[in-house]
Design a protein around this ligand. Structure first.
Ligand SMILES: Cc1cc2nc3c(=O)[nH]c(=O)nc-3n(C[C@H](O)[C@H](O)[C@H](O)COP(=O)(O)OP(=O)(O)OC[C@H]3O[C@@H](n4cnc5c(N)ncnc54)[C@H](O)[C@@H]3O)c2cc1C
Length: 196
């Protein structure tokens, strides 16, 4: 047992070992040398969805790659929202929606169908243009929007292998305002819930 815990420290993973590859070759070795694997993102799930009784693989020590091309950005599997948003902002681009915290991993948030903000914006997974997976057979496979099997891939709940990279849509950057309502009363909220 590793005694590793999730971010909130309310869950101890039952994995036998944790490996932290630093290169693609080390990652491939870790995958092919294990019967059962699960990738750890930034450990923010409250349940055991990131757990396994086999090997946990953390991508935290892998190079964090961010490559912009036109209206897309390609990021490697361990990149966090707080890594990619400032890089896009420098060139006047942005993601259409963000996780609530900058240190959440993009691949992990997308894998579980994490929502962002705003009821007119899609969840974080709707930005995915393609997913590159390292499968347990050691094969690397890219599945893109428009491919037959794409629908079930972005929100994969960690079950399809290691997401080694993602290509996401970007859009022109924008500014965000937050309105804080001080001391809202239940009667006022329930009187017109949709407006709230
Ligand atoms: C304080 C807090 C605030 C939150 N805010 C929000 C919010 O605003 N909106 C919302 O919807 N959710 C929110 N969540 C939930 C959180 O966004 C999700 O739990 C998300 O999955 C966390 O990503 P992670 O990388 O930390 O997940 P982990 O728990 O590390 O992993 C989640 C899943 O993704 C898989 N995974 C991670 N990386 C990879 C990879 N590279 N390849 C393959 N599989 C991978 C894991 O195997 C696991 O199945 C919040 C959670 C916390 C604790």
């Amino acid at each position: 047992m590793t005694d590793e815990r999730n971010w909130a420290e309310n869950l101890t993973y039952s994995a036998r070992r944790l490996v932290r590859p630093r290169t693609p070759d080390e990652l491939r070795d870790a995958v092919s040398g294990s019967e059962q694997i699960r990738v750890l993102g930034s450990r923010h799930c409250f349940n055991d969805i990131a757990d396994t009784t086999g090997t946990l693989i953390s991508l935290a020590d892998m190079p964090r790659e961010i490559e912009v091309a036109g209206d897309t950005v390609r990021i490697s599997g361990g990149v966090r929202y707080g890594d990619v948003a400032p890089e896009l902002e420098k060139i006047g681009r942005a993601l259409s929606n963000l996780a609530s915290l900058p240190h959440i991993s993009v691949a992990g948030a997308i894998a579980t169908g994490t929502h962002g903000s705003g009821d007119r914006l899609g969840s974080l997974a709707t930005a995915v243009r393609s997913v590159t997976l390292l499968t347990t057979s050691g094969e690397e496979k890219t599945i893109s929007r428009g491919d037959d099997e794409f629908g079930g891939v972005p929100v994969h709940l960690g079950a399809l292998g290691v997401v080694t990279s993602l290509v996401l849509d970007t859009e022109p950057t924008y500014r965000v305002a937050q309105y804080a309502y001080d001391g809202p009363r239940w009667e006022a909220i329930l009187a017109d819930y949709d407006a709230v």
